[in-house]
Design a protein around this ligand. Structure first.
Ligand SMILES: Cc1ncc(COP(=O)(O)O)c(C=O)c1O
Length: 425
């Protein structure tokens, strides 16, 4: 494959509005006033405050770039704590970081404050959910065929240790997930763990689908967990509206928080029937040396040990930063850019792998490469030669071009031009 010359996306042209096939794009949009205005001050301002966006960054579904204010909050709190980690004036300030963040997450994402545990990753939450049951040989779990390894390996581990059987639901674009659940859930099924948004094909489980799934599973006493690594700030997320039992999220993707931050949501009605596996100091409200203890009656019982308070302060700042822009404005802008990307890629005669319908599409945008080109090779050439960051996914000729609100129409077009050029060689 021949490599074409390096392009600088931002300098000069990237934020200039382009003459585009607006009429065609408008067909995909329900909004008659649909128009992408790249020159809006809020986009320029946000983009300027995220250092990584000097490059064409389409890898938010892998790891999100943090704004400067987030990094400053982490750094400031690290230094502050180190001035005297046991000094009352310092511990007083540090000790409110976690409660404030739990409260903030619950307000932003539709849960009660006592339903949130602060974690370090989505994977940590998935493990809390997967170890929440006393598994027995022959028990079954349902996952999908569109998972990240983080929602596969914990189940493989339970399978190896306890003989738990794993069945797969077809969550490919266009399939009927409710029908899949109805066909595959049985008397042995004890847990369903599926993506809110798939990292692999970008499909979003809609609120209506999630409600229906919860309804089916609750009647059968089957636990329902959503892997929300790609959820918050990529698509609308409200914990109670989805009606799942557990939801595992992270701060370090679409929320643009510090790396190593996450949240686990647990419906308060099932807290006490949720087995606690990993625990330690801070999980309990009382204990003695004779074996008696009581756990905190809140989801924060899943937290234990000494924790990275400065990074949690950065997570809180990431929420503030997003809210200062406006979460609905961010989500609308992502959707506008995704509509543009669908139109631009299909106008070239190529296929989009992600769903294109309003409630199922997301910023996790996946294309099929022309001429059966290899996703890994294209990803690597873009990364090395063009400072353009995309990601290969499971399909050998698929490429994920994750679109966040700070991306621009012009850099999407330029990236597609380059990809098309590569694939012709
Ligand atoms: C759907 C999904 N689940 C889980 C993970 C793992 O996330 P974390 O690194 O926060 O554990 C990822 C990461 O890309 C993901 O896309």
């Amino acid at each position: 494959m021949t490599v074409i010359s390096r392009r600088n996306f931002i300098k000069g042209s990237a934020l200039i509005p382009m003459i585009s096939p607006m009429a065609a794009i408008a067909r995909l949009s329900n909004d008659n006033n649909y128009k992408i205005d790249e020159t809006k001050a809020w986009i320029l301002k946000a983009r300027n405050s995220i250092p990584t966006t000097k490059d064409a960054f389409f890898q938010t579904a892998g790891i999100g770039p943090s704004p400067k204010s987030v990094m400053e909050a982490v750094s400031e709190k690290m230094h502050f704590q180190n001035e005297g980690p046991v000094n009352p004036q310092i511990t007083e300030v540090m000790s409110v970081i976690e409660p404030n963040l739990r409260k903030h997450l619950s307000e932003a994402f539709g849960s009660h404050e006592n339903e949130v545990a602060l974690t370090h990753s989505t994977s940590e939450g998935i493990n809390i959910a997967s170890w929440s049951i006393n598994w027995e040989k022959g028990d079954e779990v349902l996952i999908t065929n569109q998972e990240h390894p983080a929602n596969i390996i914990p189940w493989y581990s339970l399978s190896t240790r306890f003989g738990v059987k794993i069945n797969r639901l077809n969550f490919a674009t266009g399939t009927d997930i409710i029908d899949e659940i109805q066909k595959k859930v049985n008397n042995k099924t004890r847990m369903v763990s599926i993506p809110h948004v798939s990292r692999n094909n970008g499909r979003t489980l809609t609120r209506e689908e999630s409600e229906q799934i919860a309804n089916i599973l609750r009647k059968r006493n089957v636990r329902y967990h959503l892997d929300g690594a790609q959820g918050p700030l990529c698509v609308p997320f409200n914990f109670h509206e989805l009606e799942c039992d557990y939801y595992s999220a992270c701060g370090h993707k679409w929320i643009l928080g510090p790396k190593g931050t996450g949240a686990f949501f647990c419906r308060k009605e099932i807290l006490d029937s949720t087995r606690l596996t990993w625990t330690g100091s801070h999980s309990h409200s009382t204990m003695d040396q004779k074996g008696n203890y009581e756990l905190i009656p809140e989801a924060r019982r899943f937290e234990f040990g000494t924790r990275g308070l400065a990074t949690f302060a950065g997570f809180d700042e990431a929420l503030n930063w997003n809210e200062s822009i406006g979460i609905s404005r961010i989500l609308k802008r992502i959707d506008d850019l995704v509509i543009y990307a669908i139109q631009n890629w299909t106008n070239r005669g190529f296929k989009v792998i992600s769903p294109t319908s309003k409630n199922q599409r997301s910023g996790v945008f996946v294309i099929q490469l022309p001429n059966e080109s290899n996703g890994w090779e294209i990803y690597n050439s873009l990364r090395v030669n063009e400072s353009t960051f995309t990601s290969p996914v499971d399909g050998p000729n698929h490429l994920r071009v994750a679109i966040h609100f700070f991306n621009t129409q012009n850099e999407i077009k330029k990236t597609f031009d380059i990809i098309e050029g590569y694939c012709k060689k």
